[in-house]
Design a protein around this ligand. Structure first.
Ligand code: AMP
Ligand code: MG
Length: 482
C-alpha cells in the first residue's frame, strides 16, 4: 500500500522571482506529537503503514516524499502598516497534492529551517505555538470557517532560543494555496508588468478559473477577493475570533484564514478586545477587523492598477469603485449573519436596532459573547443572574415580537440559530491548559480539546468545562511565537 501522494507542483514551475528552491533543513531527532487522520482522509492520503518513526521522518522534512519539489515563497507585506519585503523565512512548501476529487492542496512545513527570506530569524518554530496553530485552525474548520488546516506536528529534538530555550517543532500546514496579498505586493514592488501578469494568470487559473476569459481579469479578481474577504471577516465576527496580526502578508487570495499567531477568541463581549502583546494600539482589535480588511484590500487593489487599465487614472477609478463597495456589502452580510444568530428570517427595518441594542447591553453588562447566544437558544446549562436583568428581559420581549413577524415556527428559528451559534469555542484558559500539559508530554487533554472542537454546534455531555469562560481573560496576552 502506498501513501497516495499525487504531486503536481505548479508554483515550482514559476520563475526564480517568485521563490527560492530549497529543502527543509534536517532535524536531529524528530518525534511525532499530533497527526490528523481525518484530514489525511480528506486528502486521500493513507499513512497507516508508517510507524511513528517513519511519520516523524516524513513530517519533519528529514525524508521528503517522492514527487515533492520544495521551495520557500517570496512575498512582501504591510506589517502594522509598514511595508517590508518578507517571504517564507521559516517554512517550505513541499508541493501541491491533488486529492482524488482533483482538489489541489499546498503541503507546507512551518518551522523547517532557514531560507533566503529568514532575515535575522532562525527559521525554526517552538512547540507551543505550532500546537496552538493546530488547535485553532482545526477549531476554525469545525466552526465551518475557511481556513488552512493542520496535518501533523513533530518535535524536532532540537531546542529553539526565544526568551527561554524551548522545544522546537514543525507543523504540516495544508492550504488551498499560500498566495497572499503580500505575494502581489512583492511582485508589484518590482515594477515588471509581465511578472505581475504571470501572477494574476496563475492565481486565476488556480483559484478562480471562471474569470479566465473575462474582459478585465484584474478588476474581476479584485471583486472576488473583496467578496471572499468580507465573508471571512463576517465569519470571524460571528464567533468572536480575533486574528491578531492582520498584516497583508497574512491575508490569502483564496479567502482562507491563515497564520495563527497571537489569535484568540473573545470571551466577555467588548468590541475593543485585543489579546496580542505586540498590538499596543489595538490596530487589530475585534471591532477593527472589517476596517483592516478593507485597508488590506486597498493595498491589493494598488498592486493590480497596472493590469486594470493602461490609463492609470481610469484604473484607479475602477478599483476605487470596487473598494468603496466594501461598507455596504459588509453591513449587509454582517446584518444577515446577526439575523441568523438571532433566528430571524426575512428583513425588518428595525433589525439593526434590535441587534445593536443587544450588543450594547452585552458590552455594558460584560457578559460572555458565545454564551449569550447559547442562552438565547436555551442551551446554556449554567444559571447566570446577568440574564435576569430587566433591560435584557425587555429586549427579549422585542426579540420575541420580531421572531413572530415571518410566521416561522420556534423550531425553525432555533434550527437556524443552531447552525451559526457555537456551543464551544477554543477558550483561552482551555487552550493554555492543554498546551501546558502537552509540553509535559501529556497529550490527552489536547487530543480531547481537538475532538470536542470538531463539532462545536452539537450538544454533548461533559462539555461544561469547555463552555465556562475563565475569570482572568481581561489580562490574557498572546504572543507571536516567532
Ligand atoms: P508571521 O508573524 O509568522 O506571519 O511571520 C512574519 C514574517 O517573519 C514571515 O516572513 C516569516 O517567515 C518570518 N519569520 C517569522 N518567524 C521566523 C523565524 N523564526 N525565522 C525566520 N523567519 C521568521
Ligand atoms: Mg505570516
Amino acid at each position: 500500500m502506498t501513501i497516495g501522494w499525487c504531486f503536481d507542483n505548479t508554483y515550482y514551475k514559476l520563475s526564480k522571482t517568485f521563490k527560492e528552491d530549497i529543502k527543509p533543513i534536517p532535524v536531529k531527532n524528530p518525534e511525532i506529537v499530533l497527526f490528523n487522520k481525518d484530514l489525511a482522509d480528506v486528502l486521500n492520503l493513507d499513512f497507516k503503514n508508517l510507524n511513528n518513526q517513519k511519520l516523524a521522518e516524513l513530517f519533519s522534512g528529514n525524508s521528503l516524499p517522492e514527487g515533492s519539489n520544495s521551495l520557500a515563497q517570496a512575498y512582501a507585506g504591510h506589517q502594522f502598516g509598514h511595508f517590508t519585503m518578507l517571504g517564507d523565512g521559516r517554512a517550505v512548501l513541499i508541493g501541491e497534492h491533488l486529492s482524488k476529487k482533483n482538489k489541489r492542496y499546498d503541503i507546507q512545513f512551518k518551522g523547517s529551517g532557514k531560507t533566503a527570506f529568514s532575515r535575522n530569524g532562525d527559521g525554526r518554530a517552538a512547540l507551543g505555538p505550532m500546537l496552538r496553530e493546530y488547535i485553532i485552525s482545526e477549531a476554525m474548520n469545525g466552526l465551518r470557517i475557511p481556513t488552512t488546516r493542520s496535518l501533523a506536528v513533530v518535535k524536532t529534538g532540537e531546542d529553539v532560543i526565544r526568551e527561554t530555550s524551548l522545544p522546537g517543532a514543525i507543523l504540516t500546514r495544508i492550504a488551498s494555496s499560500h498566495i497572499r496579498v503580500g505575494t502581489f505586493q512583492y511582485i508589484a514592488a518590482r515594477e515588471k508588468k509581465d511578472e505581475l501578469e504571470i501572477l494574476l494568470d496563475y492565481v486565476i487559473d488556480r483559484h478562480y478559473p471562471d474569470i479566465k476569459n473575462s474582459k478585465n481579469k484584474a478588476i474581476d479578481l479584485l471583486s472576488i477577493v473583496l467578496e471572499k474577504q468580507i465573508n471571512l471577516v463576517v465569519n470571524w465576527m460571528r464567533v468572536g475570533f480575533i486574528h491578531g496580526v492582520m498584516n497583508t502578508d497574512n491575508m490569502t487570495i483564496s479567502g482562507e484564514t491563515i497564520d495563527y499567531g497571537p489569535c484568540a477568541f473573545m470571551d466577555t463581549y467588548d468590541p475593543k478586545t485585543v489579546f496580542s502583546s505586540i498590538d499596543q494600539m489595538g490596530r487589530y482589535a475585534y471591532c477593527n477587523q472589517p476596517v483592516i480588511t478593507k485597508w488590506n484590500l486597498s493595498r491589493f487593489a494598488e498592486c493590480l492598477i497596472p493590469l486594470i487599465n493602461k490609463d492609470q487614472e481610469k484604473a484607479i477609478e475602477l478599483a476605487t469603485k470596487i473598494i468603496n463597495s466594501f461598507e455596504k456589502k459588509y453591513e449587509e452580510k454582517w446584518l444577515n449573519m446577526m439575523r441568523d444568530k438571532l433566528g430571524l428570517f426575512g428583513v425588518d427595518e428595525k433589525d439593526k436596532f434590535l441587534i445593536l441594542d443587544l450588543l450594547t447591553w452585552m458590552h455594558q453588562k460584560k457578559v460572555d459573547y458565545t454564551n449569550t447566544f447559547c442562552h438565547l437558544m436555551n442551551e446554556n446549562v449554567h444559571k447566570n443572574k446577568d440574564y435576569e436583568d430587566k433591560d435584557f428581559q425587555n429586549w427579549k420581549i422585542r426579540w420575541n415580537e420580531r421572531l413572530k413577524i415571518n410566521n416561522n415556527t420556534p423550531e425553525k428559528c432555533l434550527k437556524l440559530m443552531k447552525t451559526v451559534n457555537p456551543l464551544i469555542i477554543p477558550r483561552n484558559h482551555n487552550v493554555e491548559k492543554v498546551l501546558e500539559e502537552a509540553e509535559k508530554k501529556n497529550l490527552k487533554p489536547i487530543t480531547e480539546l481537538i475532538a470536542v472542537l470538531k463539532d462545536p454546534y452539537t450538544k454533548k455531555d461533559n462539555i461544561d468545562d469547555y463552555q465556562n469562560p475563565s475569570n482572568s481573560d481581561k489580562n490574557y496576552k498572546t504572543f507571536c511565537g516567532t
